[in-house]
Design a binder for this molecule. Structure first.
Ligand code: ADP
Length: 503
């Protein structure tokens, strides 16, 4: 027998005993580590960290919790530090784990203090918003040792303020990069804000002391009449839009009251110069085509009339009458189109017009027509004279269109009433009828070219759909306003406001 043979592990119980001893040793080691950590923090940082007004969390190089102060435990609803010590920080603690990981990486690579707003979930999954500052800690030989975090809980007011600031910054960025000029006015029509595009357009210095909109417009030579009309629209307190020229460019100016005009106005200017050029090209082509069509058409009309004067069979007369009716209608459309383009071009021959006699003259033209239809046509005028500056021919055309329509869309026996009154510094003309009225869904499109209401009552009434758009172009060119109130089946009232001439 060999006495020096190695001792044999003789039984199962001895293996278990050795394992137990090993585990005990490992546990003792962990405890020592834990106590060492706790002791370290307790001794060195007790005063400033444990009772610090912010939550403090220390992680080692592997992301395990080395220390958390009582504020952190309280904030997160964790009963004891022992529950997390030496354990990795639970990923589910972060509402956005990708954002949190990015933050840790940023802290680690920058080597400097980094701060970010983050959202956490506490022990009972309640969200907490914090500002989280982090810095890396290093070993004596400069190796990465871990991360120290300071978490400051954000109050509701703080979060709200942050959101407000962010929203403000977004709004500022939108205003700054908007290609349109945007102006914000106070309720007394003074300029409160102008975005960079507006500052450039109106040649304004940033930080001006709230000039009036009048002086802002005068600064870029907007005409006195247009400034007046803009101020009147602002006074009315309703959304508006109008054309405006500044330097060589054409714009559409749109105004909208802020909170029903309690907080002022926002004005936006949209550059439509290129559209205007296209429009001018279209007008030139339309005019050329219309002129070229007018001549052959008038020849057809006169030959047809001549043929109708000759002896014809009944059948021939029917065909000739149909040709005459169609060509006359085509003639009407071409004339309306040409008139519309002329009115849109805004070429006005201004004269002083006394509205009472002007209206009486126009209404008188319709006496026979209304009498034939057994309609009552009445006119109600002011006792005093009212003078405007306007283009006689064009205004006559606009008012005729309104009267034509009133007669056309009112059944025999109905009534048509024309009224003239003064509204502030405007003359207001009303053309009211008790005809078929206009469906509410059609009101918005009524002044668009070629728009016609198609109901059983109007389907057989001839028309081009150009009369009202022509009237609107004429009234707009006079810096006036045209609008309608109507009730289907009861009647309509068209209103025209025109600026009274300055004496
Ligand atoms: P139209 O040549 O068709 O009369 P307008 O531009 O003058 O063209 O009018 C557009 C449409 O508005 C008409 O087709 C009609 O349906 C409606 N309209 C205009 N005036 C009246 C009115 N006084 N009563 C009822 N409907 C009207």
């Amino acid at each position: 027998m060999d006495d020096k043979a190695p001792p044999q592990v003789s039984s199962q119980s001895e293996v278990e005993k050795t394992q137990r001893e090993l585990e005990a040793l490992r546990a003792a080691h962990t405890r020592t580590l834990l106590e060492k950590n706790l002791l370290q923090h307790a001794v060195s940082d007790l005063d400033d960290q444990h009772n610090a007004p912010d939550a403090i969390l220390s992680l080692d190089a592997e992301g395990r919790v080395v220390y958390a102060n009582s504020y952190f435990l309280e904030m997160m609803g964790i009963p004891s530090l022992l529950e997390m010590i030496n354990l990795p920080l639970p990923a589910a603690m972060w509402a956005d784990q990708v954002e949190a990981a990015r933050f840790f990486q940023d802290v680690q690579t920058s080597g400097a203090v980094r701060e970010r707003e983050l959202s956490l979930f506490d022990h009972s999954r309640q969200p907490i918003r914090v500002t989280c500052s982090g810095i890396t800690t290093k070993t004596a030989d400069g190796q990465f040792a871990g991360i120290e975090l300071v978490l400051r809980e954000m109050s509701k007011a703080h979060i709200f303020q942050r959101e407000l600031l962010q929203r403000n910054a977004l709004l500022e960025a939108i205003l700054a990069s908007a290609p349109h000029a945007i102006l914000v006015l106070s309720p007394s029509n003074n300029l409160l804000r102008a975005n960079p595009a507006a500052l450039r357009l109106f040649k304004l210095e940033p930080g001006l002391e709230h000039p009036s909109i009048e002086s802002v417009m005068r600064n870029v030579q907007v005409s006195a009449d247009l400034i007046d009309s803009i101020q009147q629209m602002l006074q009315r307190g309703e959304t508006f839009r109008c054309d405006i020229h500044i330097g060589p460019s054409a714009f559409i100016l749109q105004g909208a009251p802020l909170q029903d005009n309690q907080a002022g106005w926002v004005l936006m200017l949209n550059d439509i110069s290129s559209l205007k050029e296209l429009d001018a090209l279209k007008t030139r082509m339309l005019r050329m085509a219309s002129h070229d069509l007018k001549n052959p058409l008038s020849i057809i009309v006169s030959y047809t009339q001549m043929l109708l004067g000759l002896p014809n069979s009944e059948e021939q007369r029917t065909y000739l009458n149909a040709i005459l009716q169609c060509t006359t209608r085509m003639f009407g459309i071409i004339t309306d189109l040409l008139d519309l383009e002329r009115a849109k071009a805004g070429q006005l021959i201004l004269k002083s017009i006394e509205l009472k006699s002007f209206l009486q003259e126009i209404v008188a033209e319709y006496e026979t027509q209304t009498a034939d239809k057994e309609q009552t046509l009445s006119i109600e005028l002011l006792p005093d004279e009212l003078t405007i500056d306007g283009d006689v021919e064009q205004l006559r055309e606009a008012l005729r269109n309104l009267l034509d329509n009133a007669i056309k869309y009112t059944a025999p026996g109905g009534t048509i009433q024309v009224t003239l009154r003064q509204e502030g510094n405007h003359a207001r003309i009303e053309v009211a009828d008790n005809g078929c009225g206009i469906p509410s869904g059609a009101l918005e499109k009524l002044f668009q070219p070629f728009f016609r209401v198609r109901t059983s009552e109007t389907i057989n009434i001839p028309g081009t759909g150009l009369g009202l758009s022509l009237a609107k172009s004429i009234i707009d060119a006079h810096n006036g306003r045209i609008w309608v109130q109507s009730q289907e089946g009861q009647g309509s009232c068209f209103f025209v406001d025109l600026p009274i001439a300055r004496s």
